[in-house]
Design a binder for this molecule. Structure first.
Ligand code: MG
Length: 338
């Protein structure tokens, strides 16, 4: 089995701002895994949100030796070899994608059939609107027109929250969710904001507080009128074990947990703890978004829109129709390099 990988910089069509930062692109690693006469594709993304750095993950990939594995038949042994190394979760996510893509192509099956009895081909997704001025919000609302639900990035500034939500509600009747990306300072301010957002008909709030404020999250969950989803707080399966009691739901992302195989395990554990499930993404290209879409039928909410702002995507895969992602029928994960 031969592993190739290369760094790539994805560019956005507009500045994307959340509570902590604003940027115009994201660092990626693409991988290609060759075996059995096929190629499997994978992608690792490194937004500022991730503590892992691209250079470290490139070094990790350079140190792997997959040449001793002769076929994708050694799928489990290869996974065990990779997972024996600590950390490098984005690179592991990319490797997991490539292995599953190869396994699907060599067995003539869709990757989604590995995980679900009734996999979705048409997936309703939310559209995410970053933080910005009125003209930006209005442009983004135009782009969001076809989507069934809108997720709005907010910060802890009560004036911005009220202004942005009022503007958005004057333009659309769509269901709204909000994501603070840890932007509120404490639980008292958070409750004030969540009470107001509940009164506006907002459906859920994601990561209102910094992940370190464990006691504040416990208090907020008891008092909030809105369901609270953990994102930055819950990255891996171990985080579900230790923090499930702080949240009503969890946003599961391939880059945080190390791929589809781990995400599938997280779904099972999260259900045991009665957590609502959101399938999310980072700023990623069609490659990683299509990979995640193969798990969509297992989730209550799908937020796979990270690819929609890219201007230099190297892949084709899921297509977009009326606010829904459509998966093709080809064996494997469903992506091709342009
Ligand atoms: Mg989030």
């Amino acid at each position: 089995m031969q592993l190739k990988f290369y760094p790539y910089d994805l560019k956005f069509d507009e500045v994307f701002a959340v509570s902590a930062n604003a940027r115009t692109g994201t660092e990626i690693i693409y991988i290609e895994l060759y075996s059995d006469g096929q190629v499997g594709y994978g992608e690792a993304s490194f937004p500022p949100y991730m503590k892992e750095k691209r250079t470290d993950n490139l070094d990790f990939l350079a140190g792997l030796n997959l040449e001793s594995f002769n076929s994708i038949d050694a799928f489990v042994e290869i996974q065990n070899y990779i997972n024996a190394f600590p950390n490098y979760l984005p690179a592991k996510a990319a490797l997991d994608m490539a292995l599953l893509d190869l396994k699907g192509k060599t067995s003539n099956q869709n990757v989604r059939s590995f995980f679900a009895n009734e996999p979705l081909k048409s997936i309703p997704t939310s559209f995410t609107i970053g933080i910005g001025e009125d003209a930006f919000l209005i442009r983004q609302l135009k782009k969001a027109e076809a989507f069934p639900i809108i997720k709005i990035k907010l910060n802890g500034d009560i004036n911005y929250v009220k202004h942005a939500i009022t503007l958005i509600k004057s333009t659309t009747q769509k269901p709204l969710g909000v994501d603070f990306n840890q932007g509120i300072a404490n639980s008292k301010v958070a409750l004030e904001l969540l009470d107001w957002l509940h009164g506006q008909g907002v459906q859920y709030a994601e990561q209102p507080l910094p992940e370190t404020l464990i006691a504040d999250f416990a208090w907020l969950k008891e008092n909030s009128p809105l369901p609270i989803f953990g994102d930055e707080s819950i990255q891996t399966i171990e985080d579900i074990e230790s923090k499930h009691h702080l949240f009503d739901g969890v946003n599961i992302k391939l880059m945080k947990c190390g791929g589809l195989t781990n995400a599938f395990k997280m779904v099972d554990l999260a259900r045991q703890h009665n957590l609502q499930l959101m399938l999310g993404c980072m700023a990623e290209s069609v490659c990683a978004i299509t990979a995640a879409a193969n798990l969509a039928s297992l989730f209550d909410k799908v937020d796979l829109d990270g690819h929609l702002m890219m201007t230099n995507d190297l892949f084709t895969g899921v297509t977009l129709e009326n606010g829904h992602l459509l998966l093709g029928t080809a064996p494997g994960m469903g992506v091709e390099k342009k």
